[in-house]
Design a protein. Structure first.
Length: 77
């Protein structure tokens, strides 16, 4: 499973939303998929799945705005 598919699965588990058909550049926040509460749970899932540590200073909606931004963030860790 590639990184994008793993990210989609984590978001689906946390939110209960089926986002497989979503444009990877679409805002997860503007579309109502994520809010600030769900973001913390998604980040916890990303940390566990990808063995990364996301510092509190990175917990901003801008860094996790879309699937493509999340994938880029993970690949830069």
């Amino acid at each position: 499973m590639d990184t994008q598919a793993q990210v989609i699965e984590i978001i689906r588990r946390v939110t209960g939303n089926n986002i497989e058909e979503m444009d990877p550049n679409e805002s997860l926040f503007d579309s109502g998929i994520l809010d600030s509460f769900a973001l913390a749970d998604v980040v916890a899932g990303l940390e566990k799945q990808f063995s990364i540590n996301v510092p509190d200073s990175d917990l901003t909606p801008r860094k996790f705005q879309s699937i493509s931004r999340i994938v880029a963030y993970i690949e830069n860790q």
